[in-house]
Write a protein that binds this ligand. Structure first.
Ligand SMILES: *Cc1c(COP(=O)(O)O)cnc(C)c1O
Length: 356
């Protein structure tokens, strides 16, 4: 027997994370991590957690719920901390979709949605983005039941939709749960958190991985009406009651208190992104209007796969998603201004035939 998996899992397609190679030191612009370390207070909280790691974490995550609730002007019952926001996504697919209740999402979006549809046997209905990668809001209005999932801003396109558009979807598909994945919202898009008290069918997911420099700690959270939070929390307690570890909880509380440091980092990243975009345009790239910590770009003459290979040889990793609609494009995470100067200088040399 080379496969003991039970039948329903035999064909699952796992998520393929951006690589974390060890063969040499690369400039990593391939997984949208923050180029800045956690704040000193967060590093201190992480160190302090060590002396109590013999104890389980609080499964109800009360301190973190309280800290987040206060910062968002909501109640702790509106919040569920999770092991990365990926856990919000898995709990939501589990809770609100199956083979007859579809999950609806764009054809070009975060790859994990397809993975979860496969794992949970969910019927996936993918609506094609327009040619310019914008979402047609009408597609998501008037749907009868199931789970609507929209990353806002979308990935890997970086394009955002407005709060008014999300509100229209919540209103016009009232029997669907609408999950807005705000993994990148802090870099320049409008958050829909203000709508959760008005629309019981809305769930917003957020993560500490990108804007809060804690990708390695695995921390995210859902924000929603208290009934939705109760449903997701019930499933969390069924699957993994201690999914958020003690160190992550302490880091998460400390980070909320240091929000100024993180806002400043996000503003710097947004500024660096816009400067990088301008330089890339002068090098012959076309870009989408990214509101995230990455740019999505294609070159007028050199194929994306070739650029990505050559950058790798020069010690720089970027992400190339093969696949019909994204094959011509590169997703490049925004690092420090120095990182981005190295990137654009290297691209310039490659394009001028200066390096192989
Ligand atoms: C990175 C990302 C996530 C998940 O992040 P976690 O590290 O699990 O919090 C979710 N959605 C999108 C669109 C992302 O890019």
């Amino acid at each position: 027997m080379d496969n003991f998996l039970i039948t329903k899992y035999k064909d699952v397609e796992p998520y393929v994370p951006g690589e974390q190679p060890r063969d040499r030191q690369y400039l990593k612009l391939n997984t949208n991590e923050s180029p800045y370390p956690p704040s000193e207070a967060v590093q201190k909280a992480v160190a302090e957690s060590a002396s109590s790691l013999q104890l389980y974490p609080d499964p109800a995550c009360r301190d973190l719920k309280a800290a987040l609730a206060e910062s968002l002007g909501l109640s702790p019952q509106n919040i569920l901390p999770t092991n990365g926001s990926d856990e919000v996504l898995s709990l939501s697919f589990m809770a609100y979709a199956h083979d007859e209740k579809p999950a609806y999402y764009p054809d070009v979006t975060y790859g994990f949605y397809d993975v979860l549809s496969g794992l949970f046997g969910v019927k996936a209905k993918r609506f094609a983005l327009a040619k310019d990668f914008t979402i047609n809001i009408d597609d998501y209005c008037g749907l009868e039941s199931g789970l609507i999932v929209i990353a806002n801003p979308n990935a890997p396109t970086g394009i955002a939709i407005g709060v008014d558009a999300v509100e229209r979807i919540c209103r016009e598909s009232p029997d669907c749960v609408v999950l807005i994945d705000e993994a990148y919202v802090e870099f320049g898009a409008e958050s829909c958190v203000g709508l959760v008290t008005k629309y019981p069918n809305l769930i917003v997911s957020r993560t500490y991985s990108k804007s809060m420099s804690l990708a390695g700690a695995r921390l995210g959270y859902a924000i929603a009406n208290e009934d939705r939070i109760r449903e997701l929390e019930t499933l969390k307690y069924t699957l993994n009651p201690y999914s958020v570890n003690r160190t992550a909880l302490m880091a998460g509380v400390a980070a909320v208190k240091d929000i100024g440091y993180y806002r400043n980092n996000c503003d710097t990243v947004a500024k660096t992104r816009d400067e990088t975009a301008e330089r890339l345009k002068t090098l012959g790239f076309t870009l989408t209007d990214s509101k995230t910590n990455f740019v999505f770009c294609r070159h007028e003459s050199v194929p994306a796969g070739e650029l990505s290979d050559r950058l790798r040889k020069a010690g720089i990793l970027v992400r190339h998603f093969t696949g019909e609609r994204t094959n011509d494009w590169l997703r490049i995470s925004v690092g420090t201004p120095e990182d981005m100067l190295r990137l654009t200088d290297t691209l310039e040399k490659i394009l001028n035939g200066g390096i192989e």
